[in-house]
Design a protein around this ligand. Sequence first.
Ligand code: AMP
Length: 439
Amino acid sequence: MVTIITRLFNTGGSKVALTSRPRGTNDIIPGEIELWLDLEQKIRTVCHAYGYKELRTPMFEHTELFQRGIGDTTDIVEKEMYTFIDRGQRSITLRPEGTAPLVRAYIENNLGSGALPVKLFYYGPMFRYERPQAGRYRQFTQFGCEALGSADPLLDVETIALPLEIYQACGLSGFEVQLNSIGCPECRATYREALIVYFEPLEDKVCGSCQGRLHRNPLRLLDCKVEACQANILDAPNIIEYLCLDCADHFSQVRTYLDQLNIPYTLNPRLVRGFDYYTRTVFEVTSSELGSQNAIGGGGRYDGLVEEVGGKPTPAVGYAVGVDRLLLALKSQNKIHLSLPGPNLYVVHFGGDTKLKAAQIAHILRGRGLWIELDHSDRSVKAQMKAANKLDSQYVLVIGEEELANNQAVLRNMKNRQEQPVALDDLETLTKNVGVCGK
Ligand code: AMP
């Protein structure tokens, strides 16, 4: 009884430190955020080149969308979703991934009514209740690109090429594409039977989750992360040998296009990925820079998902990049070099009327989009100059009582140390001077 009370006390949520964030989450602070914004910009540039348009969905959806879309017997749905009942007694889930919500939005907004394929991308936070470790968080960011409305194998290859372009634009090296085909529901049915026949004699050697899934969804056994189960997977039947003619032909075309475009890849017949919606081509990209959580993205074809969610039969293919992990890989390769310019101008003042003038100048120049800083702590001129230097300000303007009386001050270029007189009421000239980057 005592133990139960202690446990409740410890896990009841009342003993959290207000100064610590929830486990598995991260703050992105100034100095870091610039790297994220730079990466996001690179992603947008590549998406533009491939003709993908952004779509933003809510951060939560009806739980059933993920249960039906991702699959009831997947790790995500069984163990990792942040699900709660809202005040209207609806079951709501913080999105654990972006494809099912995007498909829901595609159908709901009738986006498939024009020319196909429709090429869409998303960027934003996802939520999974996983055991946190380096590169694995409970809130993380994914970028995903999805092409809906075509079964063309070339589209599978473009869906691989697009994120590779992003990795390259960031300067990342040492990544590898792993490729497989998991066939369509028809050929998978035969493969399913073969897996059951293979795993049945091993039933007491696999983990509890695998035992529960053996007859319901044996493909999931190939995806099990438990070490003891990994050994049993090695000799499992190879899906490639079970592909029907159409799926084998589709896969062979995917490989031909990859070869033609000089995109290197490794065949991995054990790659099934953690979602039930995948059909035919699946792929994953791993980075040699990361430890156990080395996948920096993955995706595949999901020809049945649109119909499953309630739309018309619509073949589709997509990919999700783990942005947090991509940044980790770039950092460990020392590939992050952002030089951030400081303020355009730091206005040094002596308080009183000179502060009023400094505030007025700052207000007007900020309105013109320039970055202007001034002191708010009654610091000495020396301390203000030091602050301007620390911020890497491009120009400094000192306004003392005398400067104010004469309407004349000295503008100092902090890079080349050159000085020039400026009239304090001539804001056009001031704007022109400090608006040109002094670097
Ligand atoms: P998935 O949606 O599981 O196919 O994952 C796609 C990519 O998202 C992975 O390759 C990872 O880079 C990233 N990712 C997935 N789960 C997490 C997590 N819990 N924390 C950080 N990144 C993740």
